[in-house]
Ligand binder design. Structure first.
Ligand SMILES: Nc1ncnc2c1ncn2[C@@H]1O[C@H](COP(=O)(O)OP(=O)(O)OP(=O)(O)O)[C@@H](O)[C@H]1O
Length: 810
């Protein structure tokens, strides 16, 4: 098919070229008949030389494509040579066209010739059109008598086919039917130039025929253009489906076919323009416009193809980049997963290390506890052995005395000696921290289950949980003041042997701390009973002249230390650290009174109570909002052969440990200033009690640093809670259901305090000879106004009140 197209294009091209050259030659020769003849185009087409040249080229082309016809080619070459020399060729253009028509008939599928079974509706449009054009060319080329009959018939047949398809039907004449099928009776009449007709009539018929042929051909050209556009669209659609092998093949096929169609279309249009009758030829402007449109479409098509190709290339590049990015993303995901697992491992490692550190600390604490326990066991063993030896010695001594003559009198004199020693020994054996608990009488709820007695327990139901507390002694709500003091009396009397004892009450506001410590006049509490017991014991030991008693009293109100026994109005004091290396504290300006008897001591204490700041709350009308500390120093004159002792007794009535919101609530109806003052009081009280808890925790954990300096209370209690001291805490609790929360807090604090170990209780001794003196700075709780005793022993200084109990001057 493409060889045919090429051959056809070559023929048309040669005809046009030859025709142009002939016209130029005619114009050059100045032949006027050719320029003014009736059919100048047709006359030009009748010249022989162009046809001979065409045939020569056609033969060469045909022979080149048929290697088997060597002889024919030689013959044709000779004919060509003859034609070039001016003689007649053996094969004329008409014959060549006839051969070409036969070839077309073969391509159209007839297989037997041009005139048989040619179905124009089934033949390709291009072949149909080309065959029609060839028929026209053949008709135009030769005279009527020399026209190939088959070609005439083919032309008539084509014209009949066109008429059947709706083309305009001009007037027809019967044509020669020799050698072919009979013509259709109503077929178009083609006027032949060799027929004897008049010149005008002939020209009119020719013109009519030509009009009909032109219309038919242009209609077919339009049809070809439509087909071309359809194939262009199909080509575009196929280009969208890139990547399919069959589609690409189809694209290539259609592209080539379109190119051939375009060339044929262009040639056909040029042929019509070139070969049409002069006056009736259309002006070239529409054809040029169509050609321009076609060119523009081609250029657009090329641009679209280029753009498609560019897009395809970019698509390939971007697909490559996408693949690279996906690979990078996968690598990053793998890397992130690895980092996450590494982080998790590090976190777990840190947790394990912290747990290990905690276990190490626990082990160290356990080791320390083991060491302390071992020391305690050793101390207990030593004490036990010492007590045993002492008992053995006393037994031996008693036996020896019994055997003596005056045994009865001497025994009665010396019996007091072991009795005094028993208090200290009992203190040592009981331990240096004891926690007692006393319940306030009232309406008991079912939240507390109390098991009173030594080693008693309290079980509290709080927030759905049961808390169990075991204490050294639990006093029932109906316990008397006497019972409570009997439990504390050995500790109190041990001060006369040089021990340092601190008794303090702790608990919620209104639970009976002051009641237990002071008590009403008709039923005195711990302090009056202790003083009474001490003075009775001192009297039994030889009278007050053998002992020296000094007393001081301070309160801590809003972290301010005030002297309650000052001769003037209470002044604010400063608590300082004692001299370097001696430990203890120093309170410059603190008033210390020497008292000689119980009456004077009571007067001093009453003075201090009056000076103490109290405020009203809803829970206790006379509730104290400050901590009160009474300190008694008991110095014993050394016997003729032995050292004296310096004991200390601290009686501490702590402020209530109520919660801050409760303190503010109590003043909800009061003025804002009072409410703010109550809030500040509660905050400072709680802060100092928290500091006391911190000190207890540090002592319990045996930490090297004990935070005594965190509050004024713990600063003042530092000597009472130091090594060798003895402390007894009396926890006051309420059994009311609404107070169970505070009760549990107080019991928790008591439990922590009970775990504190201050070390073995120690006695403080004075020099073996001379008078009793003040203890060293480290042992003395408060170093206030110097009360240097006289060389005689216990006489007070001139500015001090008399031992008989006179009040300080106003
Ligand atoms: N065991 C008790 N027997 C009889 N009455 C008691 C007992 N305990 C406390 N009270 C009474 O309870 C009231 C409050 O007692 P107290 O003032 O001692 O409480 P408090 O704990 O010292 O309060 P605050 O912390 O405010 O000083 C007082 O009226 C007191 O008489």
């Amino acid at each position: 098919m493409y060889a045919f197209y090429s051959l056809l294009v070559y023929i048309f091209y040669t005809l046009f070229r030859r025709d142009g050259e002939g016209a130029a030659a005619a114009a050059h020769n100045g032949n006027p008949s050719q320029g003014t003849g009736s059919l100048p185009r047709r006359n030009r087409r009748h010249r022989r030389h162009p046809q001979q040249d065409l045939w020569t080229e056609l033969n060469g082309l045909d022979s080149s494509s048929d290697p088997d016809s060597e002889n024919d080619r030689d013959g044709k070459q000779e004919a060509t040579a003859e034609g070039a020399a001016g003689s007649s060729p053996e094969v004329s253009l008409e014959e060549a066209i006839t051969h070409l028509a036969e070839f077309l008939s073969l391509q159209l599928g007839t297989g037997e010739g041009w005139t048989r079974s040619l179905d124009p509706d089934k033949a390709p449009l291009l072949l149909t059109l080309t065959g029609q054009l060839l028929a026209v060319v053949a008709w135009l080329q030769g005279p009527g008598e020399n026209r190939p009959p088959r070609l005439q018939h083919g032309l008539q047949h084509r014209l009949c086919g066109s008429q059947q398809t709706g083309a305009p039907a001009p007037a027809t004449t019967s044509a020669s039917s020799s050698g072919g099928q009979p013509l259709a009776p109503e077929g178009p009449r083609v006027t032949m130039r060799g027929e004897p007709k008049g010149q005008p009539q002939q020209r009119e018929e020719e013109h009519r025929d030509w009009q009909w042929l032109e219309g038919t051909t242009l209609g077919q050209i339009e049809e070809m253009k439509q087909q071309l556009e359809q194939q262009e669209e199909e080509l575009g659609r196929l280009r969208l489906g890139v990547g399919i092998t069959d589609s690409e093949k189809r694209i290539q096929h259609l592209t080539l076919e379109n190119e051939a169609l375009k060339q044929s279309l262009s040639l056909t249009r040029d042929l019509l323009l070139q070969w049409g009758p002069g006056p009736l030829v259309r002006t070239p402007s529409p054809a040029q416009e169509e050609a321009e449109v076609l060119m523009e479409l081609r250029s657009r098509l090329r641009e679209t193809e280029e753009a498609t190709e560019t897009l395809r290339t970019q698509l390939g590049v971007q697909e490559g980049q996408l693949w690279e990015l996906q690979g990078t993303l996968r690598e990053l995901q793998v890397e992130a997963a690895a980092q996450e697992s590494e982080r998790r491992n590090k976190r777990e490692l840190r947790q394990i290390l912290s747990q290990l550190a905690g276990l190490r600390g626990h082990i160290v604490a356990l080791r320390q506890g083991c060491g302390d326990l071992r020391g305690l066991v050793i101390a207990f063993t030593q004490n036990y052995q010492g007590a045993l030896k002492e008992a053995q010695g006393q037994v031996c001594w008693a036996l020896g005395e019994l055997s003596a003559s005056h045994w009865g009198r001497r025994v009665s004199e010396n019996r007091k000696k072991p009795r005094r020693a028993y208090h200290g020994r009992l203190l040592e054996l009981r331990g240096n921290i004891r926690v007692l608990c006393r319940l306030k009488p009232g309406s008991p709820g079912n939240l507390l289950n109390v098991n009173p007695g030594p080693g008693g327990t309290i079980t509290a139901n709080y927030r759905g949980r049961q808390r169990h507390f075991r204490l050294d002694r639990v006093f029932a709500p109906d316990a008397t003041q006497e019972e409570v003091f009997r439990e504390l009396e050995p500790a109190v009397l041990s001060c006369l042997q040089g021990y340092s004892v601190c008794i303090f009450t702790y608990g919620q506001t209104g639970t009976g701390k002051t009641y237990s410590m002071e008590g009403p006049t008709e039923d005195p509490g711990i302090a009056p009973r202790a003083l009474q017991s001490l003075f009775r014991e001192m009297g039994a030991q030889g009278g007050p002249r053998q002992h020296r008693v000094t007393v001081s009293m301070v309160e801590i109100y809003n972290e301010a230390v005030r002297d309650l026994l000052a001769s003037g109005p209470p002044e604010r004091l400063t608590v300082r650290q004692g001299p370097e290396g001696c430990g203890g504290i120093h309170v410059p300006g603190l008033t210390c009174w020497d008292v000689s008897d119980l009456r004077a001591l009571h007067k001093m204490l009453n003075l201090g109570r009056r000076n103490r700041a109290t405020a009203a709350t809803h829970m206790n009308e006379h509730s104290s909002r400050s901590h009160a500390l009474v300190t008694l120093t008991l110095t014993t004159a050394p016997p003729p052969h032995g050292p004296g002792t310096a004991g200390t007794l601290h009686l501490v009535d702590l402020a209530g440990s109520e919660r801050v919101w409760k303190a503010v609530m109590t003043e909800s109806g009061g003025r804002a200033g009072v409410r703010g003052r109550r809030l500040r009081e509660a905050q400072t009280i709680n802060r100092s009690l928290l500091a006391l808890g911190g000190v207890m925790a540090a002592l319990r954990a045996r930490q090297p640093h004990v935070p005594f300096r965190d509050s004024q209370l713990t600063r003042l209690l530092q000597p009472a809670l130091g090594p060798g001291a003895t402390a007894v805490m009396l926890v006051q609790i309420s059994s009311r259901p609404e107070d169970v929360g505070e009760t549990v807090c107080s019991l928790k604090f008591a439990e922590r305090v009970s775990q504190v170990e201050l070390g073995p209780a120690r006695r403080h001794r004075t020099p073996t000879s001379g008078t009793p003196t003040s203890s060293s700075a480290g042992d003395t709780p408060f170093l206030g106004t110097p009360t240097t005793p006289s060389s005689e022993g216990i006489s007070p200084q001139a500015e001090q009140p008399s031992p008989s109990g006179g009040l300080p001057p106003p």
